[in-house]
Design a protein around this ligand. Sequence first.
Ligand code: SPV
Ligand code: MG
Length: 285
Amino acid sequence: MGAYDAVSARIAEWAGFDAIWASGLAISAAHGVPDCSILTLTEFLAAGDVINQASELPVIADCDTGFGDINVLERAVRDYERTGIAAICIEDKQAPKRNSFRKDHTLADPQEFAAKIAAAKAAQRDPGLVVMARLESLIAGAGQRDALERAALYAQAGADAIVVHSKALSPEEVFEFAAEWHARDGQVPLVVIPTNYPQVTLDQLSAAGIGVVIYANQALRAAIAAMRSTLNAIATAGSSGAIEPTLASVDDVLTLVKSSEAEQRDAQFEVAVLEWRAAQRELVT
Ligand code: SPV
Ligand code: MG
């Protein structure tokens, strides 16, 4: 599930998802900027760290095109590793990239991107770090053949997973890619992001041999829709009374951020202070 802050990460965990996608689009939106390589590595890393600390789930960090040249990418690999993030994903577009649902995409040179994947894998110190290679061939209109050739190259370069992104309005395109990938005995697991073909089910995707499904932006879109209708209702009515029953309670908010645990710890600490005082008095008398 795509998350962009601690609250969305925690709700994703509560809802039973297996992992979190630290979405570039959603994190950018939360900063009020478009998803076109505006935020820096430092900002994405900080947001990823907050998301990672908020739950026990593994986090996949959307690293766009890798934040710069190879030196920056290698630094990013180590920085993300240090935060304990489970996976990074880099996409084969040229920087500055545009969100995949916008126009005018320029693909990276395939061999150069393969070398980038190999460099990211070589830079990792934690053998568990997962490096995902994201194919934008179908997004850029370069076709299945280009996608398959690139996927083979990226797998050879050591990618641990291949994200095959599509903005088609049905899943046929990714099904076709998956069928051909498996027919060629592709060993690397496939990942999809079914934003534009939301009717597809996990069972259908699984039957097509897709291993990971990312719901990249539904949490952000839900939050925007809910805030818009709630805030508009309050502004219109001049009161929040009518919509109060539709809101999460303040208690719910406090529970979500583990207020009881903090209060319990405060109480324990008070006892510890009393014990120190008593011990000190004993020493003095
Ligand atoms: C993101 O969530 O930032 C993604 C997925 O990269 S998409 O917006 O579909 O490109
Ligand atoms: Mg993104």
